[in-house]
Design a protein around this ligand. Structure first.
Ligand SMILES: NC(=O)c1ccc[n+]([C@@H]2O[C@H](COP(=O)([O-])OP(=O)(O)OC[C@H]3O[C@@H](n4cnc5c(N)ncnc54)[C@H](O)[C@@H]3O)[C@@H](O)[C@H]2O)c1
Length: 419
């Protein structure tokens, strides 16, 4: 597939709103560039005796509204430009959902599936001890992203805490509950995506969520929890996929089994595409499935100029970060396909990360109901703000979300006197 440098995509998005928000040139210049870019070498002797040096990144885009915040991803294609783009999107995301965080992102260029657990743990600890001065509860708070999970966050907390001589749960979010993680954090991003789907189909397709079909690309944390929440709401899931391929039900219009049984079968088979009695499809076919809503929940650059015209969805809700290239986005708009942008749709994750950080700092523990209720309220508020702005300015939802975010970030920079 024709991919786009994600940082070029992020810059093109920022440029696309300058006719609506008049950003002073000196502030625009600051926003275009992350404030700090940390690139580190992580030499490691693997359990098999091989000596390998991995490259790690932590990019801090903007902290005008609060400490830097953003996930850490492990993937063989992680690059500085990818992490830069993701850090900028985190700044906008925190501002759209209106929490007091700036934006950052981290990553290590590694295929984690080629390492055993021991090596992954040592790599994580090496990464944390190397960037220890750049992170911390009031400085920059990491979280899970692609191929990292609560276990990875537990290692991060432990390594950071050892270096500080006491337990510091607020140094990272997305931790296991036993270590100060928040109820509802694991499912938060997917739950927030599902709330956006529910509201967006009501608003733009005039349909109840119970009457819609959805295809979801990616069945990891975000994809599977999106499927779970949508199934709970009564939506019909017509196709799912992961890195090994996709699946459609045979002889039925949608998956009729419960989410638990779908997930258990996928875990047992090693992939959703290997579940018994499903029709195997490719990831390309999944993206081209006839459906009300398509939810890309895997990687960047999935909807491109090559396949945008082949989409048969009426709406795209971006659960992944940057799944649609800038050219493809314009093609969807021309084709009348509504797009709910990543910085709004997947902001439930950073929102509940914020809840986790607040609970850690105040030594509190909220119930799952409390977390989910606050998530619902904040997501609804942000969704309605973006929709209203899109209508007022007569612009698409991506630009509306960005306008909202950039106005808030620039206001904070100006009040603090960044120039
Ligand atoms: N975890 C979070 O809280 C969070 C929050 C906001 C945004 N995101 C974004 O959501 C996306 C997914 O993150 P995640 O945390 O679910 O990661 P994950 O590692 O838990 O899951 C990723 C899923 O994508 C699949 N996948 C990987 N490569 C693929 C490919 N080439 N084609 C199809 N499927 C592929 C994997 O098999 C897996 O099912 C990323 O873009 C991430 O930045 C994550």
């Amino acid at each position: 597939m024709k991919s786009e440098n994600p940082f070029d995509n992020a810059l093109a998005q920022l440029a696309s709103i300058t006719d609506i928000v008049s950003i002073d040139p000196e502030y625009y210049e600051i926003l275009k560039n992350p404030r700090r870019q940390v690139v580190v070498s992580l030499p490691l002797k693997l359990s098999n005796g091989e000596a390998v040096t991995f490259t790690g990144y932590r990019v801090q885009h903007n902290n005008a509204r609060g400490p830097y915040k953003g996930g850490i991803r492990y993937h063989q294609n992680v690059s500085l430009d990818e992490v830069k783009a993701l850090s900028m999107w985190m700044t906008w995301k925190g501002a759209v959902i209106d929490i007091p965080f700036g934006g950052a992102k981290g990553g290590v260029t590694v295929d984690p599936f080629k390492l055993g657990m021991d090596d992954l743990e040592r790599l994580t600890r090496k990464y944390v001890s190397t960037i220890e001065r750049d992170i911390g509860p009031e400085i920059d708070i990491p979280a899970p992203d692609l191929n990292t999970n609560p276990q990875t966050m537990a290692w991060i907390m432990n390594e950071y805490s050892k270096m500080h001589g006491h337990n510091v749960p607020a140094c990272v979010t997305g931790k296991p509950i036993e270590l100060g993680g928040s109820e509802g954090r694991n499912a938060a991003t997917g739950r927030g995506v599902a709330i956006c789907v529910r509201e967006a189909v009501k608003k733009y397709l005039h349909k109840d969520v119970k009457d819609i079909t959805v295809a979801v690309q990616g069945f990891g944390n975000v994809g599977s929890n999106t499927v779970m929440s949508l199934m709970e709401m009564g939506a019909k899931i017509v196709a799912v996929s992961d890195v090994f391929g996709g699946a459609k039900p045979i002889g039925k219009k949608y998956f009729e089994q419960s989410f638990d049984s779908l997930q258990t079968s996928a875990l047992k088979a090693g992939s959703v595409s290997k579940i018994p009695n499903v029709q195997q499809i490719s990831n390309e076919e999944l993206l081209e499935t006839e459906t009300d809503v398509l939810v890309p929940a895997a990687l960047e650059n999935q909807i491109t100029e090559e396949n945008a015209s082949k989409l048969r969805a009426r709406m795209v809700v971006e659960a992944a970060n940057g799944p649609t290239t800038s050219i493809a986005g314009k093609m969807l708009e021309r084709g009348g396909i509504t797009l709910i942008p990543d910085i709004l749709a997947n902001s439930g994750g950073v929102l509940v990360s914020y809840f986790e950080w607040v609970q850690n700092l105040s030594r509190d523990h909220w119930t799952e109901e409390q977390v989910n209720q606050r998530l619902e309220e904040k997501m609804m508020h942000a969704f309605n703000e973006v929709v209203s702005l899109a209508e007022k300015e007569n612009i698409d939802q991506r630009r509306a979300a960005l306008v909202l975010a950039v106005r808030r970030v620039v206001a904070a920079m100006k009040l603090s006197g960044w120039h």
